[in-house]
Design a protein around this ligand. Structure first.
Ligand code: G6P
Length: 612
């Protein structure tokens, strides 16, 4: 995790770097720091958020047009001032910021300690900057050469930027495992963990590849070399992101804005891919591998967190419509458990950020065993999109709130389209049913829009349950993953313990927890196992639990026994997750707001988990 940003050019670096840090704060917010080159390196860093750093530097002279800055999600060393980046070399001539983990830092540190190095922090990153300077001095090589040699020793993942007092017209950056993007302006370079700090200055970007080093020199063209000293030609791409996508646009939090964006983001995910009138579903990005999917003996879906939940909805959809067996795996488990991958298996990796370390490692493992890997990612150009054989973007637009909302519904939308497409080609859905489903799918954005109107009712419910210590979420069939996702959202942003459970499994354990203090959120829409869920609700009621039910508009039976109901528009059972998730997102949001939690940046979490 961690966000890193650098600038070299003719403008003042400080405002660019601070704005960049704010944009990258979703990647971690344990500490923040900045280094600007004047006649020496001016360094400021502090525990806390970017706003704490701004407070710290108030009144300081930070003029200069070359600098680097960092926002941290702690891995090695607790979040404190010393462990905040940038880290300096022993002479103070080099400053380094780092995103990733140097796995063999302890061995390297031991060696350096023997040679008299003194460390001020507990971080792996400080070891790297010491190592680079040590090599420069002892091997009498240039900074670039020392960097190449040092990175040759390093095991692990890194995205780093280095500022050098003795090279005032130079920034160096290098990448392995963690992402880095370079923005190319007129006589200036921007560099950051993702494109959000860059987009307002230039649309020309280069995504660094594995083990590449970027040499950013004032008034010179970008130069790329590898750790093993091969020259590379920069491949310049155009950013599609717009600045307005990165602003709150009047909403108090990004999360609320992103919840309200879902009618649009779901529509954007379908755009050009669904034409109900003509009976067409097409996913252009994976067309070359469609045959592999159609003939797949098994599909494996891998992901983490909310993306795993989307994968679970995908399993239900693909098995239901395309009749292909599907397994959904936590990437972190999959990568370490010697999984069976057979010829004819297709792996689908689901990831909003496209950077999740466990998902990337699971992809590498499946690839090494010969599987075809397809991706469903949101962030254009992200690492996972570069290592999969093919993929489909979700087109949800940048998601900044750490708790995922619109990315989830976009992922489910793509999986729905995929299941419909495969079911149609495989002949496992009748033509008339297929057509009917396409028309219904087209109405979903409107129905999501309508569902957002439940916010007032949800505000009342939130006031009543804001102090609850625990919640249970229940759902069956397609609504089981919705229950899991609802519980995860509440945990993430309001810090209330919540469990998602298959409604009927409740009687095998969680029922013991139910008393008059326990709110139970039940997704009880009118299709599938509706009658069975009614019985599950009765079981909770008879133990005095409080029922908050998500029901289909016009419902009578649940209304009679539930304490609170939230009505959502009727749709096909398989499309309910796209709608029923919305009130659960709003419920967790509102409870978190009332409890005074930082909704967009919940404690201990980060949006892009580039460490395992
Ligand atoms: C983190 C985020 C979650 C996200 C998960 C997987 O834990 O806080 O919101 O679901 O990572 O991330 P990905 O980018 O792979 O979807």
């Amino acid at each position: 995790m961690c966000g890193i940003v650098g600038y070299i050019g003719h403008r003042q670096a400080f405002p660019i770097l601070i704005k960049g840090l704010h944009r990258l704060e979703y990647r971690g917010y344990d500490s923040a720091g900045i280094a600007i080159l004047q006649d020496k390196i001016k360094l400021y860093k502090t525990k806390g958020k970017v706003s704490d750093l701004e407070e710290l530097v108030k009144g300081e002279n930070l003029s200069g047009n070359i600098g680097i800055a960092h926002t941290r999600w702690a891995t090695h060393g607790e979040p404190n001032n010393e462990n905040a980046h940038p880290h300096l070399s022993p002479s103070g001539d080099l400053a380094l910021i780092h995103n990733g983990i140097i796995e063999n830092y302890a061995i390297l540190k031991k060696e350096l300690l023997k040679r008299g190095h003194v460390f001020l922090s507990d971080t792996d990153s400080e070891v790297l900057v010491h190592l680079i300077e040590d090599i420069m001095i002892n091997d009498k090589v240039t900074l670039v050469e020392a960097l190449q040699i040092a990175l040759g020793y390093v095991i692990g993942a890194y995205a780093i930027i280095i500022l050098s007092r003795n090279n005032p017209d130079l920034l160096l950056a290098a990448k392995k495992g963690s992402p880095l993007v370079i923005g190319i302006g007129k006589d200036e370079f921007f560099i950051a963990s993702d494109a959000t700090p860059i987009v307002e200055y230039t649309k020309d970007v280069v995504y660094l590849k594995e083990e590449e080093i970027a040499i950013l020199e004032r008034n010179k063209d970008l130069k790329l070399i590898t750790v093993s000293n091969q020259e590379k030609r920069p491949y310049i791409e155009q950013l599609e992101m717009s600045l307005s996508e990165l602003e709150k646009e009047g909403f108090p939090y990004f999360m609320l804005k992103e919840i309200y964006e879902q009618p649009r983001s779901i529509r954007d995910s379908m755009r050009g891919r669904l034409n109900a009138e003509k009976g067409i579903v097409s996913l252009g990005g994976i067309i070359d591998y469609e045959k592999n999917l159609v003939n797949a003996k098994r599909i494996l879906i891998i992901g983490c967190g909310t993306s795993w939940h989307a994968g679970l909805v995908g399993k239900y959809l693909l098995e239901d419509l395309a009749r292909i067996p599907v397994e959904v795996e936590y990437a972190s488990e999959f990568r370490y458990r010697n999984p069976v991958i057979c010829e004819g298996d297709v792996v689908i990796a689901v990831s909003q950020s496209g950077e999740t370390a466990d998902t990337s490692a699971a992809i590498e493992l499946a690839k090494s065993k010969g599987a075809i890997i397809l991706g469903i990612c949101n962030v254009v150009g992200s690492s996972i999109t570069r290592v999969t054989h093919a993929g489909t973007y979700t087109h949800a637009g940048p998601e900044i709130g750490v708790a995922s909302t619109k990315a989830f519904t976009a992922q489910v939308t793509i999986l729905t389209l995929l299941a419909l497409r495969l079911g149609y080609i495989r002949g496992t859905i009748q033509e008339s049913r297929y057509r009917q489903l396409l028309f219904e799918l087209e109405t979903i954005p409107e129905k999501v829009e309508q569902t957002l109107k439940t916010f007032d009712i949800i505000k009342n419910i939130s006031n009543i349950f804001k102090d609850s210590k625990n919640f249970i979420y229940l759902g069956r069939g397609y609504n089981f993953p919705v229950a899991l996702e609802g519980a995860l959202k509440l945990k993430e942003i309001s810090y209330i313990h919540a469990e998602g459970y298959p409604a009927a499994e409740m009687k095998h354990g969680p029922i013991a927890l139910i008393d008059e203090e326990m709110p139970v959120v039940v997704i009880a829409t009118n299709k599938g196992t509706y009658q069975k869920v009614l019985s599950n609700i009765a079981e909770v009621k008879s133990r005095k639990g409080k029922i908050i039910a998500i029901v289909t508009e016009g419902d009578v039976a649940v209304k009679k026994i539930a304490d609170f109901v939230i009505e959502i528009p009727e749709t096909e059972e398989m499309f309910v997750p796209l709608i029923a998730t919305i009130p659960l997102q709003l419920l967790s949001y509102q409870i978190a707001v009332i409890r005074g939690c930082n909704v967009d940046q919940p404690r201990n979490l980060a949006k892009s988990v580039t460490v395992e």
